[in-house]
Structure formats: structure tokens, C-alpha cells
Design a protein around this ligand. Sequence first.
Ligand code: ATP
Ligand code: HSE
Length: 322
Amino acid sequence: MAVYTEVSDEDVRAFVAQYDLGDVVSCKGIAEGVENSNFLLVTDKGPYILTLYEKRVDPADLPFFLGLMDHLAANGLTCPQPVAGTDGVALRSLCGRPAVIVTFLKGMWPRRILADHCAGLGEGLARLHLAGDGFTLTRRNSLSVGGWRPLFEASRWRADEVKPGLADALAEELDYLEAQWPQDLPAGIIHADLFPDNVFFADGKLSGLIDFYFACNDLFAYDVAICLNAWCFEADGAFNVTKARLLLANYDRIRPLSAAEREALPILARGSAIRFLLTRLYDWLNTPPGAMVKRKDPLEYLHKLRFHQQIRHIADYGLDRS
Ligand SMILES: Nc1ncnc2c1ncn2[C@@H]1O[C@H](COP(=O)(O)OP(=O)(O)OP(=O)(O)O)[C@@H](O)[C@H]1O
Ligand SMILES: N[C@@H](CCO)C(=O)O
């Protein structure tokens, strides 16, 4: 569930009175998501999403996230847009938390991923990368190679509680990634968390992207690698090369991958696997018992890491060299 901050009816009414949205019809907490408190807000003008930003979001980053959604929407991407109050201000405060209202996107995220979803995703991801061009604010990726060591150190002493030998395996992988991580690949705005629950489809077509709260400036191909991990493995752990081929080919059709980006995919996929392994591991070890948040399995990403460590040819991802 993700409603960390309870908001009373009176608070919502007083908050919405600052907008030109008419009266509040209803406001219900949304159980999905793990980072922020989200509410489905219905007013006389229709449905909206009310988000209260919780502890993982640095308030200093909010102008970047909100400005980015405006920029992407202005450049043709379907994503939530922050709604300004009658004073022209979108970022406000509610119950002691930074809060915004954003537009509601139609569609549903896919509960069962089909190969066609991966085709739509590839095109959507490439369009996102192109639409980010010209956005003037920047945000460093604190969860890229430079951020993994401190995250690892915070969990290292307890990692073997999750799996014996895990701490040593992570230390060895980090040494490799820090030494080999590519520096000179094309970079720009990336989403950095484009998992299935952040991609909406309607009538089988991609209808919009949400949750830009990890977005940052980083390597485009790293975002592709994150999607490979999040979309192209089956529940039993098998890599689905058909899904990968569709994802990569449809990305490449819109934003061609260079030879260097193709060659770097295995290491980028290893980096992406360790990034989600480490955040999940931290949460696994630090979520208090009884907290109403579903912990995600870190070992799912150890399995993915092991897969990418074995990749010798990019053809194993369904991709040509050039
Ligand atoms: N603009 C939107 N339009 C429609 N539904 C939305 C919108 N934003 C969020 N939602 C709904 O709220 C749910 C949670 O949103 P979101 O994924 O942003 O939560 P989060 O806690 O910030 O994220 P996460 O745990 O994925 O990092 C989504 O799965 C979706 O059902
Ligand atoms: N997408 C992340 C959680 C939310 O950022 C994960 O699956 O670990």
C-alpha cells in the first residue's frame, strides 16, 4: 500500500480550493506504489492524482521532476502534467508534505507482460529519450555506479542473512563494474525506473508513462538495460529473447543504438541488476516488521545479474552488432 500520510476530508477540500478544479467529489488512497502517498482525487472537473512526497524524495529535486513532466508533455509524450493553482503555483504543501495534483492518465499497466507490450515499450522509451532533449534542468543519477558502493556498505554486514555469500558476490561485482563502467555513451534525460507498473496501455497500445521520480541525466542505453531487466524475464527466471528483441528493435527504430551502445549492453544490464538488487536489499533489511509496504525480492535481481554475467554476444539479447 502506499498511503503513508493520512489526509482528512477537510484538508483535501481546503487544498483543492486553491485550484480552479471545482468541488471535491471524492478522494481515495491508492494502494499501489511504494514511494509516495497517492490519492485518486475526483473533482467537478474530472479525475486527478494527488501525490504527497514521502521520505525518499528530496524536495530540492521536485522542480526538476515537475518541470520535466511539463517539458515531456510539451514535446509530445503522454505523461502526467502538474496542475497549477489559481496563483500559478503547482508545488504546494499538504499535511506537512510537499504535494502536487497531476493530470490523470487513461489506461492500465500490464499485469501479464506480452511480447507486444515490449514492442510498445521500446518505441515509448526511445520517444521519451528524444522528448527530453532541450530540458534545461539537470539531475545527477545518485543510483548509478558512484552510488552503489555506499548503498552496498549500508547492507554489507547483513547481506548474508538474505543469502550466504551474497556480500562477497556483491563486492566482487562492484569492483568489476567500477573499473569497467562505460563513460562516453550518448546521454540525456532517462526515466531510470520504467518498470511495468509505470507504463500504461489502452487497447493494446502504449498510452502513457508515469512516475518520473527517479528521472535524471544518465546514459540512454542504461535506461534500455533497466527495461531489459524489468520486462524480459519470465516469472520462472527465464530470459525471453523474443521480448528483448522486440524491445530493442522498436527502440532502435526510433532512436538508433550505436555500435558502442550495443557492445555496452551486457555491462549496463549488470549495473542495472545491481542497482535494483542493492535498493531492494536495503529495503529488505530495513523495513520494520508490520510496515504496510510490500518488500520486493532482492534475489530476483541476483538471478538477473548472474544471467548477464554469462552473456558473451549481444546476439543473446536478440540484437545485431551494428
Ligand atoms: N497520473 C496518473 N494517472 C493515473 N493513475 C496514476 C497516475 N499516477 C499514479 N497513478 C496510479 O497510482 C499508482 C502508484 O503511482 P506511482 O507508481 O507513481 O507510485 P509511487 O509510490 O511513487 O511509485 P513506485 O512505487 O512505482 O516508485 C500507479 O500504479 C497508478 O495506478
Ligand atoms: N521499481 C523498483 C521499486 C520502485 O522504485 C523495484 O522494482 O525495485
